[in-house]
Design a protein around this ligand. Structure first.
Ligand SMILES: Cc1cc2nc3c(=O)[nH]c(=O)nc-3n(C[C@H](O)[C@H](O)[C@H](O)COP(=O)(O)OP(=O)(O)OC[C@H]3O[C@@H](n4cnc5c(N)ncnc54)[C@H](O)[C@@H]3O)c2cc1C
Length: 325
């Protein structure tokens, strides 16, 4: 357990990653918060103290309080990571393997499970499973780690890294994008939680018409999480046991208004298709959204959010830009 100032921005949305299948989202790992409410009061909250404020702030998009300190569960880190990149030609085989791995938790095979849609070099796409096993002394046995997985044999890339280098692996890419100016282009991202029952049809259809111009060469993430790990009411996901994060992390290239407008309208179209399948957006993205959309997004807990807003930020001082109230 550790206390300290953390990135309140991530706790205001959820905080998802490759370890979510095991530990839930970042907000599921918070013990206690110190929060400044819209009325300027400093409050301490947790599951057992001011629970309504705690649950209104975590994944609460900055509507009821500014997080100034968080106490978060930590575990002892290993020192190394064995990282596997495994490739697939078809989506159904990728998602079958991803489900197998996150359902296989009693074996605790991989600490980290993600996935991506990647260019296949011929103008189309293929799929990549990115998994990692953390260790300190005994190197994981590849035969055991890869047993039962149906990636294209011979395409696997396996590498040992220090734990820090694994966590920091995007630093060179970020430095490169900064050096060529692309980092500061607009990024009209699309982040969706797709119900597991619809992932092959929905994502398959999207990918069949997707081009590099649509993404601006940004990464496309696709990975599963178990919803039984989630416990915060404002973190909205489909009501299925397994849901997939599908994220098209677009770059508007060239950085022109027409490109941004086209990407935003594409985001809205795909959001609606996914919503009609029971899906949700993960609200770190760029989708034109009305108050009615927000009400629908928070529907079963909308009344609680309204009550908390009235109580903790009655003058709508905090983050009005989201357009929720
Ligand atoms: C390059 C990049 C990679 C990312 N990767 C991931 C990822 O792997 N997983 C993931 O889950 N997300 C990821 N994100 C999304 C990121 O977690 C969110 O955008 C997050 O909200 C950013 O925090 P911020 O401090 O920049 O918040 P801002 O953009 O400033 O604010 C976002 C929201 O958080 C609220 N907020 C900000 N600070 C506080 C606070 N102290 N208290 C209460 N509310 C607050 C704001 O009111 C607003 O509603 C990524 C974003 C980027 C740019």
């Amino acid at each position: 357990m550790a206390a300290g100032v953390v990135t309140g921005g991530t706790l205001a949305v959820g905080g998802i990653g490759g370890a979510t299948h095991r530990y839930g989202v970042q907000v599921d790992n918070v013990w206690e918060l110190q929060v400044v409410t819209g009325e300027g009061k400093l409050e301490t909250c947790s599951k057992i103290q001011n629970r309504d404020l705690f649950e209104a702030v975590l994944a609460g998009l900055g509507q009821c309080g500014i997080i100034v300190q968080a106490t978060i569960k930590l575990i002892v880190a290993d020192t190394k990571a064995r990282v596997y990149l495994l490739f697939y030609n078809d989506l159904a085989t990728l998602t079958r393997d991803q489900r197998l791995l996150i359902n296989d938790e009693r074996l605790k095979r991989f600490n980290y499970v993600e996935g991506q849609v990647v260019p296949n070099g011929n103008g189309g796409w293929r799929y990549m499973l990115e998994v990692a096993s953390f260790y300190s002394s005994t190197t994981p046995n590849d035969n055991i780690m890869l047993a039962g997985l149906n990636y294209i044999r011979g395409t696997e890339q396996i590498e040992d890294k220090s734990y820090f280098d694994f966590l920091n692996r995007l630093a060179d890419t970020v430095a490169f994008l900064k050096s060529i100016g692309v980092w500061s282009y607009p990024h009209p991202w699309l982040n969706l939680f797709v119900p597991g029952s619809a992932v092959e049809s929905f994502v398959g259809k999207v990918v069949s018409t997707l081009t590099l111009a649509n993404t601006g060469q940004g990464p496309i993430l696709l990975y599963p999480v178990n919803t039984n790990r989630f416990g915060l009411p404002l973190f909205r996901v489909p009501t299925e046991e397994i849901v997939f994060l599908f994220a098209i992390l677009r770059t508007a290239a060239p950085p022109e208004d027409a490109v941004v407008t086209r990407m935003l309208s594409d985001n809205r179209r795909l959001f609606e298709q996914n919503r009609d399948l029971g899906g949700y957006r993960y609200p770190v993205d760029a989708i034109p959204f009305s108050q009615k959309d927000w009400q629908q997004h928070f529907r079963p807990v909308w009344g609680k959010l309204v009550s908390a807003k009235r109580r903790y930020d009655p003058n709508n001082v905090l983050t009005p830009g989201q357009g929720i109230f």
